[in-house]
Design a protein around this ligand. Structure first.
Ligand SMILES: *[C@@H]1O[C@H](CO)[C@@H](O)[C@H](O)[C@H]1NC(C)=O
Ligand SMILES: *[C@@H]1O[C@H](CO)[C@@H](O)[C@H](O)[C@H]1NC(C)=O
Ligand SMILES: *[C@@H]1O[C@H](CO)[C@@H](O)[C@H](O)[C@H]1NC(C)=O
Ligand SMILES: *[C@@H]1O[C@H](CO)[C@@H](O)[C@H](O)[C@H]1NC(C)=O
Ligand SMILES: *[C@@H]1O[C@H](CO)[C@@H](O)[C@H](O)[C@H]1NC(C)=O
Length: 452
């Protein structure tokens, strides 16, 4: 962005003088967070060349990025769009999502039949669902809407053919989809919590349908009975079918975060104590495990070596925590302070690469030179998690147009341009707003953010 050159000079000066450099951001200031997010988003998009529209370039065996990371990219860019109002990437997002949607409108591209896993498909579906939730331009023409595509995926994953049919973890969603894949008999927790996440969010879109919330509840019951989530709210990696009797106890941040966000949505729509217990337990445990010293860490790998996939997980972690605060506002007391310390540390890691502002993977200590789309996306989501999400509708006749107007049946408050916006980010939950925002006006706006 235009401001970059001066930021860069400042950084050069600071690194030359040995002062801690990094992307400049004031995590209590909306404008500052937006500005930093714009820079990080721009650099994230520099990893996307669109050779195969929709994917980050170079899927294995030629490169590092699996197909699912494209879905992660578009979700993070939709999140960026809705929290900053910046629509400059609309065409790329749309093209990328549509390209991968597949002949059956379910994000199963024949190109990836052998490797696709249920969680990969779900992550693409979650991006489509986020498009619906944030008022993104619908595909238009005869194409199904984003919501319909996400529903297709959920329905396919509900089917018995995707699930374990005997043994003591019968009912669980498998990891890979094809019976000839090595991962067919692996029961990945992430596949099941991503499925639950889709189901919970879909049920907010269609409150009349009682099947989806029931399926989400069944999934959680199964996760707990099969000890994928233990009584201390640890969320483990997975286990081998058919009995799932030897759980792999590694914990990855996005797995816990998907579970938490799903439970929070269920608590929001049912008010049931059962869900509150899960929300409270998962919130505390997720923070305790994945935010040592208030800074996000992919604990299973960061101290040794994370593979490329794992470098993306902290993006989902921050995004799901932000969503959790939205649907269960009382959790902001615990969540918002760590999102702030984490985002501040994340931004400080952005000192690398040729442009001296690419982000690293580890956010405590000095720059680790582990640059890549995953590191970039994680920092982007950390920053965005501090901003309120808005429905950003298509403006009529906008340059991104071509397609029909946005679906939006729900006339949510749009923040196209000049929306009322708070300029400071709340110090804590509504009840503590006064602590960090002394200006009363700011405080009022903040209360509305927290309660939104
Ligand atoms: C599938 O692979 C072909 C050949 O590489 C490519 O042209 C096409 O764009 C790919 N389709 C998708 C959806 O990735
Ligand atoms: C489940 O089915 C598979 C194959 O259909 C079989 O190999 C396995 O023994 C069965 N397990 C149980 C516990 O019935
Ligand atoms: C309700 O949800 C289930 C599960 O997604 C789906 O199969 C069914 O078609 C939905 N019913 C209606 C009337 O939309
Ligand atoms: C449910 O979520 C909405 C935001 O989607 C929020 O405004 C509302 O306060 C939540 N309800 C409860 C009971 O937490
Ligand atoms: C940082 O990583 C890049 C490749 O990603 C490499 O070219 C460069 O030499 C590394 N720098 C240091 C100081 O290790």
């Amino acid at each position: 962005m235009a401001k970059f050159s001066s930021v860069s000079l400042v950084q050069l000066f600071l690194s030359a003088t040995g002062v801690l450099a990094g992307l400049k951001v004031d995590v209590n200031d909306v404008a500052s967070v937006k500005k930093a997010a714009a820079i990080v988003a721009e650099d994230l998009m520099s990893f996307y060349k669109g050779e195969i529209p929709g994917l980050l370039p170079g899927p294995p065996p030629a490169g590092d990025y699996y197909q699912w990371t494209g879905g992660a990219l578009w979700a993070s860019m939709l999140d960026y769009r809705s929290r900053t109002g910046d629509k400059q990437y609309d065409e790329k997002i749309s093209e990328g999502l549509l390209w991968q949607r597949g002949p059956n409108h379910d994000f199963l591209s024949p190109n990836w039949t052998l490797t696709t896993a249920n969680d990969d498909q779900a992550i693409w579906a979650m991006a489509a669902l986020l498009a619906t939730e944030t008022g993104f331009t619908e595909p238009g023409g005869d194409d199904p809407k984003w919501l319909a595509i996400a529903q297709n995926v959920f329905d396919e994953q509900s089917s018995e053919s995707r699930r374990v049919d005997n043994g003591s973890c019968a009912g669980g969603l498998r990891w890979q989809i094809s019976p000839v894949s090595n991962g067919y008999n692996w029961i990945a927790t992430v596949a099941n919590v991503a499925y639950a996440n889709l189901g919970a969010r879909l049920s907010l879109q269609d409150r009349k349908n009682e099947t989806r919330p029931q399926l989400v509840e069944d999934t959680f019951d199964w996760l707990e009975t099969s000890k994928f989530i233990d009584s201390n709210f640890n969320v483990y990696d997975g286990a081998q079918a058919f009995d799932c009797d030897e759980t792999n106890k590694l914990q990855f941040s996005y797995v816990s975060a998907f579970a938490l966000e799903s439970a929070a949505i269920m608590f929001n729509s049912t008010g049931e104590e059962k869900w509150k217990t899960l929300v409270d337990g998962l919130t505390k445990r997720t923070i305790a495990v994945f935010f040592p010293d208030g800074v996000a860490k992919e604990v299973a790998c960061e101290s040794t070596e994370c593979n490329t996939d794992m470098t993306f997980f902290k993006s989902f972690l921050h995004r799901s925590l932000a969503s959790t605060m939205k649907v269960a506002p009382y959790t902001a007391d615990l969540i918002l302070p760590v999102l702030k310390t984490s985002a501040a540390a994340a931004a400080k890691s952005c000192t690398g690469g040729d442009n001296e502002r690419l982000c690293g993977l580890t956010w405590s200590g000095s720059f680790d030179n582990q640059t890549g789309a995953g590191s970039q996306m994680s920092v982007l989501s950390a920053l965005l998690s501090l901003l309120p999400a808005e429905t950003v509708a298509d403006s009529p006749g906008s340059s991104t147009g071509g397609s029909e107007t946005s679906s939006s049946t729900t006339p949510s408050p749009t923040s196209t341009d000049g929306s009322p916006e708070s300029s400071t980010i709340p110090g804590n939950s509504g009840s503590h707003v006064g602590v960090s925002s002394i200006v009363l006006l700011g405080g009022l706006a903040l209360v509305s953010f927290v309660l939104n």
